[in-house]
Design a protein around this ligand. Structure first.
Ligand SMILES: Nc1ncnc2c1ncn2[C@@H]1O[C@H](COP(=O)(O)OP(=O)(O)OP(=O)(O)O)[C@@H](O)[C@H]1O
Ligand SMILES: [Mg+2]
Length: 274
């Protein structure tokens, strides 16, 4: 280990420093600092409209930040050559908010999309891998040739998860993987997420507004509020932060009661109600 590493701890898989992003007058990210160590499973919590998806899009290079640094394995992402960026994407799995399956492709083609286009494996092998990954999220081979429109919302989420894990990624990003599902389906998907993470040993960043899911999935939790990470730590410490903004997010029923009694402010939310 180099002297620098000893001084600053191990090199994180993902290091974000001073990340800023505004849309005209709307300052969304205002200096985000976040480290995720290799193999860690971190859940990012934040109110609707707090900038969680914007942060993910900046990490993935789908949006350009106004300022700041994003390092993966110690390398600045914006300085990667297009080939290096492709290599990084090959070891990265993503589940986009709302699943975003391709309507015109069958389930197995959706799951295998990255494998066939990024990793250049044969269609026959890609289909076999897709069926393995569908099994890993509790779906049988009988759904492989259906189109997404024929599946229930919960099944579509599972297919999206299968697609995210299809290439055995080192880094997994899941943006609101259980949005819109009822509590029972949410619990089921959470269990598949946990199992997948265990099997992959991947570094994971899961975004959610669902505190129960966060408690089930996370090793560590980070809370985004006012454009910054206002708290980050082990999941079992999230109730003892003493930070009222963290409490509003991790104890929504408690916060709602205080608001009813006129003792608190509404949590900040710029997005649509859920
Ligand atoms: N392309 C864009 N152009 C302009 N404003 C945008 C754009 N994308 C996001 N925003 C704004 O950035 C803010 C944060 O949006 P974002 O989608 O990151 O929220 P979020 O935390 O993911 O919310 P949710 O939990 O509802 O998904 C919102 O005010 C949104 O309107
Ligand atoms: Mg979002």
């Amino acid at each position: 280990m180099a002297a620098d590493d000893r001084a600053n701890g191990p090199l994180p898989k993902l290091r974000i420093r001073g990340l800023k992003k505004a849309f005209d007058q709307n300052v969304v990210l205002d200096g985000v600092d976040l480290d995720i160590q290799a193999g860690d499973n971190l859940v990012l919590l934040g109110a609707s409209g707090s900038g969680k998806s914007v942060l993910l899009k900046c990490i993935l290079g789908l949006m350009s930040p106004d300022a700041g640094s994003i390092l993966v394995d110690g390398r600045e992402v914006r300085d990667l050559t297009s080939e290096e960026r492709q290599q990084l994407m090959r070891k990265t799995g993503v589940l986009f908010q709302n699943g975003a399956l391709f309507d015109s492709l069958t389930v197995w083609q959706n799951v295998a999309f990255g494998l066939m286009h990024g990793n250049g494996i044969s269609a026959k092998r890609a289909r076999e891998v897709a069926i393995e990954k569908l099994a890993a999220v509790g779906l049988g081979a009988d759904v492989a040739d259906l189109y997404p429109a024929a599946l229930s919302g919960g099944m579509q989420k599972r297919v999206a998860l299968a697609r995210a894990i299809a290439a055995d990624p080192e880094i997994l990003f899941l943006d609101d993987p259980t949005a819109g599902l009822d509590p029972i389906l949410t619990t089921i998907i959470d269990q598949f997420i946990l199992r997948s993470l265990e099997a992959l040993g991947a570094t994971a960043l899961t975004i959610t507004q669902n505190v129960q899911s966060a408690r089930r999935i996370a090793d560590r939790i980070a809370v985004l509020h006012g454009g910054r990470i206002i708290w980050e730590g082990p999941v079992d410490e999230v109730d003892r932060t003493g930070n009222p903004h963290v409490n509003e997010i991790v104890r929504p029923a408690h916060a709602a009661k205080r608001i009813e009694q006129g003792a608190g402010e509404l949590p900040r939310s710029d997005g649509p109600p859920r």
